[in-house]
Design a binder for this molecule. Structure first.
Ligand code: MN
Length: 232
């Protein structure tokens, strides 16, 4: 048995609905601008934007149901909410077909791709990486995973409110790149494995969060995600 010079870090993981076992997280991938209205609100032309991907560290996972109020992130004056449908893989995928990708989804849930919009805007303007605007601690907020029973949904309302005020609204049928095609494209770039989570993009209406805000995110057929941001 090999030994480590320091104790190995804990395995990142997510709760699973109705099961005591947890889902071990290997990698977290996200797609940019996968709903036309959001693409337009970010100043892009959805016709001309192929899917592009970025990543968050596995241990950026934050589960409000277990961890309580989230510490408000530093280094931003414009923390944004992005409600997203998140799929969890159960099989390896490399240069896979859309049908194989659809069959590899093990579970799904509601997530928030928290974004330091000010740092992202500066990164875009300077041609710099997005990591510090997207991949910071607690930036991947998740409800418990629901094991997928039956085929992947192709429609369903997705919405987010802040302090009871509606902010984001869309439908999974509005995805520019549906999940099978999205995963097929991602699997061209990297070998995907069980334990990989994929955030599938956010509908229009992204906006700022402040300390003390309560966020409610929902997708038809899945338990809602409630996030409270701690008061500083
Ligand atoms: Mn996003």
């Amino acid at each position: 048995m090999s030994e480590y010079v320091l104790p190995p870090p804990p395995q990142a993981s997510v709760s699973v609905l109705g099961r005591p076992e947890r889902y071990a997280v290997r990698r977290i991938y996200c797609v940019g601008q996968n709903y036309a209205e959001h693409s337009r609100e970010m100043g892009s032309d959805p016709q001309k934007v192929p899917p592009f991907f970025f990543a968050k560290p596995a241990d950026a996972v934050f589960e409000p149901a277990l961890q309580g109020a989230m510490p408000f992130p530093g280094m931003t004056d414009n923390l944004h909410h992005e409600v997203e449908w998140v799929v969890a893989l159960g099989q390896p995928l490399y240069q896979a077909t859309p049908a194989a990708c659809a069959a590899a989804v093990w579970g799904h849930t509601v997530g928030l791709d928290l974004t330091r919009r000010d740092l992202q805007a500066a990164a875009k303007a300077g041609g710099k990486p997005w990591d510090m605007s997207k991949g910071f601690d607690h930036s991947a907020v998740l409800a418990p995973l629901q094991p997928l029973e039956g085929p992947l949904p192709t429609a369903g309302a997705i919405a987010l409110s802040v302090n009871g005020e509606a902010r984001q609204q869309g439908d999974l049928s509005d995805l520019i790149w549906p999940v099978p095609e999205l995963l097929a494209r991602l699997s061209q770039y990297v070998a995907l494995q069980p334990g990989d989570l994929v955030f599938t993009g956010t509908p229009a209406g992204v906006g700022p969060l402040r300390p003390g805000d309560v966020v409610l995110a929902s997708i038809d057929g899945l338990p809602p995600l409630r996030l409270e941001l701690a008061r500083v």
